[in-house]
Structure formats: structure tokens, C-alpha cells
Ligand binder design. Sequence first.
Ligand code: UDP
Ligand code: MG
Length: 328
Amino acid sequence: MDNVTLIVPCYNEQENIPEFYRQVKGIKIPDCRISCLFVDDGSHDNTKSLLQELSSQDESISYISFSRNFGKEAAMLAGLDYAEGDAVVIMDADLQHPMDKLPEMVEYWRQGYDDVCGRRVDRADESWVKRNFTNLFYYFYQKVSRYPLQRNVGDFRLLDKRCVAAIRLMRETNRYTKGIYTWIGYNKKEFPYEVLPRFAGTSTWSFMALLKLALEGITSFSTVPLKIASVLGLGVSVLALCYMIYIFITVLLYGDPVAGYPTIMVTLLLLGGIQLLSLGIIGEYLGKIFGESKDRPLYLVDEYNGEKFIYRPVSVCRERAGTAVRKE
Ligand code: UDP
Ligand code: MG
């Protein structure tokens, strides 16, 4: 019998959880036991009490609740840290990931694939700006990163326990999970799926959040932007040198008066701009180093299946390995 755990990050999903549960119960896969691990990411609605109720009634349901909202990336990591089972499937609580794909995913996994990932085929609901921005991001990312990014592939995927163990090792604070999935490698299989509309509620992703995520993706897995600064500096220096020789010759040979104000202004502004841009890029990486150097835990668990957690110094260390001390 195979054990497959669904990891479900939830942030204010009280309207979706009952329907999610109903649909999970409808899934039957031969020789496979499905359990759910919900991660309540500091919701402000009744998500937590719903999860408490479900887990007390049904032993295949467990939950973790965070001490506050840590974001989906942290919620997914907590799910991966706590999930037991031979494979896990990461799914959104809003039912945008079609549940009826589960048998197909498990089938691929049984054929020997370690990472069975869903590729979105229908992005018709997206605005023109978002679609083109996404295309631009993929194009740029592919140019600057050594690691290929899977196009239109998100978090909806089945991971073998070997992949789960590998991801648990990666404790970086600036998490870009999409990049992490490709970084770990293993045997990948893509399958197409249609993104369903949200069952209830609204998405928490704004355009600005996506922009931040795109920047995060690029700076987490590539240092090319830093090199851009050097290349720009070099280019400008070479141009400046050529210009200097040109002025030298015109003044010496032809006795031209040196053009003043406009040239100086243009050069000054151009150089100032490039310097600020380079500083900004360096700052972006410096900020990351700052975040990583604090080495804080990536999330704090408040409750695990009804048990309250207390972190002691040693338990914080243990949390990194995926467990933490529990208080009765
Ligand atoms: N989510 C979370 N923490 C957050 C934001 C979202 O755990 O801070 C969960 C949310 O409950 C949902 C999933 O992440 O299950 C995807 O969120 P959403 O539907 O808002 O994003 P989208 O589908 O638009 O990418
Ligand atoms: Mg959604």
C-alpha cells in the first residue's frame, strides 16, 4: 500500500476547506492511501478551527498552524518537513488544482518518476500585461540562470520522498521554490492540466507581489545581474576613453573649442544613472546576505494536530531537521 500525503497551504480558506475535504474523500486510487496535511499560514478566519475539527474526526487529516502568516513558501516547506509518506502532492486549498489528476500523477510516480509536475495549459483568464510580463520573465531568467526553469509549471506536483528529503536540506531564507525544484534534479515528468477558477475567495497575489517574486527568482539563482554592472562599467569606460581621444584630437589638430554644458550634463547623468543602478543591484544581493546571515527559522509552528509547540534553543536547531519539541 502506498501512502501519499497532500500538502495544502491555507491562508484564509474557510470557504474552500469543506469542499476540498469532500473532493479528497471522493478520490479512490487502487492500493494507495491518501492523507492530507493542511498548513494554516496564520489565517484570520475560521480556517484553524475547521482544521481542528476535521483532524479530530478523521485520522487521515492532520494540520500545522503557524504563529503568524509566513507566506506560501514557508507553508509549503513546513508541509514538506512534517509530511510522512512515500510521496507528497502539493495542492492549493482553493481547488484551482484539479483533484481528478491525482490518479494520473500517482500512476506516473509508480512508473518511476520522482517529480511529477503539472504544466498549466489554460492561462486565458490572465491579462495581456501579466501574460507578456511572464513571457519576458521566463526569457530573461533563461538567459541569466544556469538552471533551466520549467515553463508554466508551478507548485502543483507530486514529489517522491527522495525529492522531499532533498528540499528539506535547502533552508535558505529567500526561497524561490520554483528554482529549487529544478535545482534538485531527479527524474521529472510534466503533465498538462487546466487551472480551474478559484472555488471561493480571492487570490492573494497582486501584480507587485509577482514582480517581487520574479526579482527574487532571478537574484536567488543567478549572479549575472552583478556581472551586468561590471560589463556596463567597462563599456562606459571604453566609450569615455574613445571620446577623450576624439576631443584631444579635435582640440589639438583643429583648434575646436571644447563643447561644454550639454556634453558634461549628458555624461554626468549617464554615469550617475549607471552607478546608482549598479549600487542597487549590489544592494539587492547584500540584502539577501543580510537575511541569510540572521539564520532565523523559516516558520514557527503554533500547533501540530492540537498540540501546542514551544521552541527551546535546541528545538530551534531541530526544527531545521524537520522536527520540533512539542509541549503537552
Ligand atoms: N497561501 C498561503 N499563504 C499566503 C498566501 C497564500 O498559504 O500567505 C496559500 C493559499 O491559501 C492557497 C495557495 O497558497 O492555498 C495559493 O494562493 P492563491 O490562490 O492566493 O494564489 P494563486 O492561486 O493566485 O497563485
Ligand atoms: Mg489560487
